[in-house]
Design a protein around this ligand. Structure first.
Ligand code: MRU
Length: 345
């Protein structure tokens, strides 16, 4: 089954509500950009490339909503809508990358009649969505070569079809390895506090009949010590020019454990996740999410009232702990600074 978390048809953007998986498969419909922005904030849609795709559709919807007499007034309001979409989540750079692309297309086509410009912007969003899946398949082709014929792979969070335009980044590499005839078994960290591993990674691998075992986040070290993990593959929300990788909170701990146990730690991400403008991961903004994600689960209180909680949603894994970065244009290992710059030109 090919999972696609976002579709656009008949003027409506549809997204599977990832907050409800795996128990319920509910599709939400959005016909205005504010709805899309809200969907990103509230995690109906999540995962760096998927957020970018959603924002592009949001911008296309905004273009349709703006009732302007000329390009100048259209452009001012379009910029404000894109700013609103950009303010939804701070860490995944794909959001800003997709919106920048939409802004550029608007500017480059400023002489078109507004009706044609709106169509051009929707075409661009559709192109961003379609290309994302192709990019992931190319990434999978490169990345699967790093895996042995039989391997147990640990992943953290959900970097699968649900987090992208389809196929997935880290899970795309796993899918490509399975399609190449390799025997891959996956361990999925549950990924507290939002449970992307337990709920989403486990669900989508199960759909594809790829063996998956969910473990609590604090079990990874024990499994590595037992020799149960051959490789770690994760996705990324933003990669700095020096190869430092921001990804879901807990990724750094897994990378440290992998190094301690001499296990390769791979990052799979499209070039749109590389932020060459940032020298190092220290400059990556880290989103802090609501305390309620930690204090409550499924409506049940887990932490006493009045106790402080801290909920950083991402961490940064320094480049020296990363064995290789897998992109659609090839694999970079060591000397990330020049390798990533070469791919990004
Ligand atoms: O908070 P989320 O669920 O949006 O975080 C997602 C992740 O950290 C993913 O690992 C990352 O976006 C890569 S998705 C291909």
């Amino acid at each position: 089954m090919a999972i696609k978390p976002i579709e656009f048809a008949d003027g409506v953007c549809r997204m599977i509500d990832q907050r409800l998986l795996p128990a319920e498969q509910v599709w939400r419909e959005y016909s205005d950009y504010r709805g899309v922005a809200e969907a990103i904030v509230t995690m109906v849609v999540r995962g760096a490339p998927a957020i970018g795709v959603a924002a592009a559709f949001g911008a296309a919807l905004a273009a349709r909503e703006i009732d302007a007499a000329d390009y100048q007034s259209f452009a001012e309001r379009f910029a404000a809508c894109c700013d609103e979409l950009a303010a939804t989540r701070p860490t995944a750079v794909n959001l800003f990358w997709a919106l920048e692309r939409m802004r550029r297309v608007a500017a480059e086509n400023c002489t078109l009649p507004l009706a044609q410009l709106r169509t051009r912007l929707l075409d661009e969003a559709l192109e961003i969505a379609a290309a994302d899946e192709e990019i992931n398949r190319a990434m999978g082709g490169h990345g699967q070569q790093l895996l042995p014929r039989r391997a147990s792979v640990l992943t953290h969070c959900n970097a699968g079809a649900l987090a992208t335009g389809g196929y997935g980044t880290a899970l795309g590499v796993i899918r490509a390895a399975v399609e190449a005839g390799k025997q891959i078994a996956v361990y999925a960290d549950e990924t507290r506090p939002f449970w992307q591993g337990a709920r989403l990674t486990a669900w989508e691998l199960q759909q594809d009949d790829i063996p998956v075992t969910v473990i609590c986040d604090n079990m990874a070290g024990y499994l590595m010590q037992q020799g149960k993990i051959d490789a770690v593959i994760v996705g990324a929300d933003r990669i700095a020019a020096n190869g430092d990788v921001a990804n879901k909170i807990g990724t750094y701990s897994v990378a440290v454990l992998a190094r301690q146990h001499d296990i390769p730690f791979y990052v799979a991400a499209p070039l749109s996740t590389i932020d060459i403008s940032l020298a190092s991961g220290r400059e990556i903004p880290i989103e802090e999410r609501s305390a309620a994600e930690i204090t409550h689960c499924g409506g049940r209180q887990l932490v006493p009232d009045g106790v402080a909680v801290y909920n950083p949603s991402f961490d940064v894994t320094p480049a020296h702990l990363v064995s290789a970065i897998i992109t659609e244009s090839g694999v970079v290992s060591a000397d990330y600074e020049s390798g990533l710059r070469r791919l990004c030109v």
